[in-house]
Each structure stands twice: as C-alpha cells, then as structure tokens.
Design a protein around this ligand. Structure first.
Ligand SMILES: C[S@@+](CC[C@H](N)C(=O)[O-])C[C@H]1O[C@@H](n2cnc3c(N)ncnc32)[C@H](O)[C@@H]1O
Length: 450
C-alpha cells in the first residue's frame, strides 16, 4: 500500500498543506517501512508510533501534496492489545528515527513483520503465503546490535537521526546496542569535526571506533570530474580507525572468522549461525557439488558450503569490497577448494565464476547458488544469469522483503517456483526482517494471490 502511494507523483498541490495538523484517525493495516495506514478525507496517512486497530490523534509531519502524507501518533485514544511502554526513552514522535516498533510487544512486532512479508509477496510476486517470523533468541529485543553508526550533531554530540530528517537526536545510550556499542564511552564525549562515529564489537567483546569525516572539497571535485553525479552530491567520507584491534573476530559453529573493522558482519549475535544453518538445511550441499556464493562478504556462507561439499567439490564467492575479499582469503585458508573473488555481481562475473567452478575443459555445472544481496536486491539481470547457470536450487537471503518479492517474481516468470520461505526477527524493535527463500526450477508457480 505504502509503496504504491510512494511511487505516485504528487498531484497538483492540494488546496492546503496538512503539515502540523492533528487529525483523529482509525489506524488500519501495517505497511512496509514501519508505519501504519490511515485515511482522512480520501487521502492516505502513513502513521508512525501506531498499531492497527487503534484510534489515535495523528500529527502530520510531512505533506508534499498528492495522495498521501506522513504523521506521528501523538495521542492514543484506543490502544491495541500489543501496545507496550517503549523501553527506549528516545523512541517517540519527533525522537530517534532508528527504531519503529519500540511501542509494540515482541510477539506483536513479529506478527506485524509477518504481515508485511506476506503482503509484499502477494502484491509484488502474486503469491499467497502464510508467513511466520521466528525470533533469533528469547531475549527482550534489546542489547543485540553489534555495529552502530552514530551521527554527530552541530555541537559535536553523538546521536541518531530523527525519522526522514538530518536532525541529530543526542543520545547517552542506545538500548538496542550490544554491550560496548549501545553504552559506548564515545557517547559521553563530543566529536566536533566528525560527520559520523561508528562503533562495533566482536565475539570477544573487543570494540572498534571508526571516525568518518567529510573529505576535503578537492577530492569531491575529483568525483565530479569522473562524472559520478550521485557521489559528487552525496557527502564523501574518509574513514579512520580511532581505537580497537586491527580485526574483529567472530565464531560460527566453532569456526573463526576475521573481519576488518569497517567490514560487514551479521549484526545480531545469533544471525550468522542461524542463517548459515538455514542455508545449509535448505541447500543440502553434497560432497563433490559446485556452489556459487554471491555477495559473499568475508566468506561466512562460503566456508560452511565448502565444508559440506568437501575437497571433492568447489565453492566460488563473488564480493565487491576489497577488504572483505582479503578477509575471506584468511577465513578460507584451510579450504583451498573455496575462494571469494573480487567482482561486482553481474551477468558477466556469474558466467566467469560458472566457468571457474567447472574447472579446465569441463562442461559448466553449478549445483547450488546462494545469494545475499544488499537491500536493493539482486535484480532481473543477476537472477537471469543465476538461472542460466542451471543450479538445482537457489537460496536467497534477503534483508528487504519488497526486493525479495520482486526478484521472486522475476524467477517465477522464468519458470522457477518459491518452494520455502523462512523469516527471522534479526532486527528487533525495528521494522526490518530477514528472509531466506528457496527457489527451485519448474513446477507450479506457487499459489497465486486471490
Ligand atoms: C548482506 S552482505 C552479505 C555478506 C555475507 N553473505 C554474510 O552474511 O556475511 C552483502 C555483501 O554484498 C556486497 N556487495 C554489495 N553490492 C555488491 C555487488 N554489486 N557485487 C558484489 N558484492 C556486493 C557487500 O560488500 C556485502 O559484503
């Protein structure tokens, strides 16, 4: 619902902006993005801090005209059963924009995310499917986030940005941050001159601090000369490690991984292990099989897949970040039949990896493709190349259900089917949800949405 409205161009300006208006509304369904849908005088209002079924007073926070505007629930007239007192003092209308669901019980948050995943699959893939979002642990939804990039306010104070705003809400702590991150000593200091300060912690409790500064203008001009308009208009940051060890270390099922301080690693402490188990259970890799691991990072899935296919098989990962590829080289040193290559995932790099997997003079033959793309998803070209490699199964790890549903549609159009879908509450208190989808060739194209 929200996305359709988001895509619509604002109509000719409405007679009067509703910005700042307070409207009593009945809250309808949850929508993708952490807000609920309400309606008033024929327009859609996306209301944050609300729950389906509630009656609230919504204060309009953004109105660009057209079919929809945005609002915060500032008074709750009739509360839904899942409403709780938010554990974070900064999560409130006009406050920190980092969490969307602090006012919802954990089971309620999972139920909302399940509705969103099912709705995206229905609307974008045309599939009707019951979805359950599983917790990763039995915790209280706090203290899990092992990497946070804090914004720096005008006086040098650390905080997080308000929703859809550059305004920095100063924080003394972040309740969803893991020990060492949410209570980082850096939060008590001022950081004039920095754009952002990033804090991350590893399994040993070692903490790194990274300073991000605006790069001098002459570098930004260089970006402009190269014709990259997007990079030239976005702030370009340089990064410097201020403290902590030269590498972070994580352990998954007894295997140690090294990750450079700014590198990607699953942020919830249980996520790496649960996602790896889910990928292996779905793919059932057998000794001798050949596997492609796209968007491989520092080799988390590559290593597990390599152990399963044994030295008679092969695993090739593709990853664009140079430091992650270096980390993967260390992490896979004892599995010489597995490697992560530095490449942007594309039809060409997938075809080249398929040739490498086959070995010299051998026919192509990729048994399994695992992909774990960024939020934007893989897209038609990449999925097309994956399917052209003719694996027996594709396991798609997705952090955005809308991008996943769109990519599932592309696969279905090419004669594949969505066979299984698992969803995990890897980001409690936020609207984010991680899905693992299993695609197989042939068969009926799923249960069409009615
Ligand atoms: C969600 S992370 C997954 C990493 C790994 N599977 C893991 O779980 O640790 C996505 C990875 O894709 C990489 N990436 C993003 N866009 C890419 C592209 N176009 N080509 C190759 N790698 C890309 C990022 O650097 C990042 O390491």
């Amino acid at each position: 619902m929200n996305q359709r409205a988001d895509r619509e161009q604002p109509q000719a300006a409405t007679a009067e902006s509703w910005l700042g208006h307070r409207l009593e509304v009945r809250v309808e369904a949850i929508a993708h993005g952490g807000h609920c849908v309400a309606r008033h005088e024929g327009r859609v209002i996306f209301v944050r801090h609300a729950l389906p079924g509630e009656t609230v007073v919504a204060e309009v926070t953004e109105d660009r005209g057209g079919s929809f505007c945005r609002a915060d629930a500032v008074e709750i007239r009739t509360a839904a059963p899942d409403r709780v007192r938010q554990p974070c003092p900064y999560a409130r209308p006009g406050g920190c924009g980092g969490c969307d669901f602090q006012h919802v019980s954990l089971p309620g948050q999972r139920a909302l995310k399940a509705v969103v995943v099912a709705e995206q699959l229905s609307r974008l893939a045309g599939l009707r499917r019951a979805v359950t979002v599983q917790p990763l642990d039995d915790g209280d939804g706090l203290g899990w986030r092992r990497r946070v990039r804090f914004a720096v306010g005008p006086g040098g104070e650390l905080g997080l940005r308000a929703h859809r705003s550059h305004h920095v809400v100063p924080l003394t702590h972040c309740p969803i941050g893991a020990a060492g991150v949410g209570d980082a000593g850096a939060l008590q200091a001022e950081w004039p001159g920095l754009a952002e300060l990033e804090v991350a912690v590893d399994d040993r409790g070692e903490v790194v601090e990274l300073a991000h500064r605006q790069r001098p203008a002459r570098h930004r001009q260089g970006d402009r000369r190269r014709g990259d308009r997007r990079r030239a208009t976005r702030p370009v940051l340089s990064t410097e490690q201020l403290s902590g060890p030269p590498a972070l270390r994580y352990s998954v099922a007894g295997r140690l991984f090294t990750v450079h301080p700014a590198g990607f690693w699953q942020t919830h402490p249980r996520a790496a292990e649960v996602f790896t188990e889910t990928v292996l259970r779905a793919a059932e890799p057998r000794p001798g099989e050949r596997v492609l691991d796209l968007y491989a990072g520092s080799g988390l899935f590559t290593a597990a897949l390599a152990a399963a296919v044994t030295a008679t098989g092969r695993v090739v990962g593709l990853e664009s970040e140079a430091d992650a590829v270096t980390d993967a080289g260390h992490n896979l040193a004892d599995q010489p039949w597995a490697a992560v290559r530095r490449a942007a995932v594309s039809a060409e790099s997938i075809a080249a990896a398929a040739v490498e997997l086959a070995g010299p003079g051998q026919p192509r033959g990729v048994s399994i493709v695992v992909l774990d793309p960024p939020r934007s998803g893989a897209g038609r070209e990449v999925l097309g190349a994956v399917m052209a490699a003719e694996p027996r199964i594709i396991v798609y790890v997705a952090c955005d259900p809308a991008a996943l549903a769109r990519d599932v549609r592309f696969a279905m159009d090419a004669g594949w089917r969505l066979d299984e879908l698992s969803a995990f509450d890897a980001f409690p208190m936020t609207h984010h949800v991680e899905c693992v989808a299993v695609l197989r060739p042939g068969g009926p194209a799923g249960t069409p949405a009615g």
